[in-house]
Write a protein that binds this ligand. Structure first.
Ligand code: SF4
Length: 251
């Protein structure tokens, strides 16, 4: 839980507890194609728009309910202050393993009195030392497409500012710059970045093996920020499809 509290201090990251008891880490940012004045999709109906967006029902949007309202019954979004409160309310054994947490309705009532406020302060943009190719990144589980819909997911995710795809002959994964919010005092900022660099947060969000991490640290990868580059530069996309099993990509 303390690590979840740390992640609240990175720009865009929102740890959340869902009503099924699962923790999930969200990246909260506006899509680069969302028109800032009209609030509408600027590529609606064009080939640039992903099938995910075209087929998604705006009338029954889970994200709308989860993130556009102040609070929701579906999940609790956390700030570091809320995580500290949750720790106070949780019973741990001598080894720090959670023994019990209050029921969902108690958690909701408690956190409704501790309002969630999304921070809109810009992050500190200064470069940070060392890690993948001399910058600090959160590395997210491998993104190598195996099915046609995985390409759609890549296209969708690359629509969000900051999201990158790191591609090597043997590994694809998503990456996000680790930007500490500007409100964080300098000494704590250093601690957060040291923890990130030491891999303290890996268990929560990386899902990458040692071997995969080594591939990235060797620098043998290409960085992709726009979907067009996936098809133009990588050269192995689009994959072929097995006629007997058209949903599965062949490499
Ligand atoms: S998420 Fe999809 S529908 Fe929304 S603005 Fe971005 S491309 Fe358009």
């Amino acid at each position: 839980m303390l690590l979840m509290a740390d992640l609240c201090w990175f720009e865009g990251l929102v740890p959340a507890l869902k009503d099924d008891g699962q923790w999930q880490l969200f990246y909260h940012a506006d899509c680069r194609f969302l028109h800032s004045v009209t609030g509408k999709c600027s590529i609606h109906g064009t080939s640039q728009q992903t099938g995910i967006c075209r087929n998604y029902s705006p009338y029954d949007c889970w994200y709308e309910k989860a993130f556009r309202t102040t609070e929701t019954n579906m999940l609790i979004r956390f700030t570091s202050e809320r995580v500290e409160k949750l720790i106070e309310m949780t019973v741990f054994d001598d080894e720090g393993v959670v023994q019990s947490v209050p029921p969902w309705n108690v958690l909701q009532r408690t956190f409704s009195e501790l309002p969630y406020a999304r921070t809109v302060e810009p992050a500190v943009q200064m470069p940070v030392a060392k890690s993948v190719n001399d910058e600090l990144l959160f590395l997210l589980p491998p993104g190598k497409p195996r099915r046609q819909e995985h390409l759609e997911l890549i296209k969708f995710r690359l629509g969000f500012p900051g999201i990158m795809l790191m591609v090597s002959p043997s590994l694809w994964c998503f990456a996000l710059p680790a930007l500490v919010k500007s409100m964080v005092p300098e000494n704590f900022r250093k601690i957060l970045l040291q923890r990130l660099e030491a891999g303290v947060y890996d268990a929560i969000i990386m899902g990458l093996s040692e071997w995969e991490r080594a591939v990235l640290h060797a620098g043998n990868f290409q960085r992709i920020t726009h979907y067009g580059a996936v098809t133009q530069q990588i050269g192995i996309i689009p994959p072929k499809y097995d006629p007997d099993n058209p949903g599965i990509a062949i490499y």
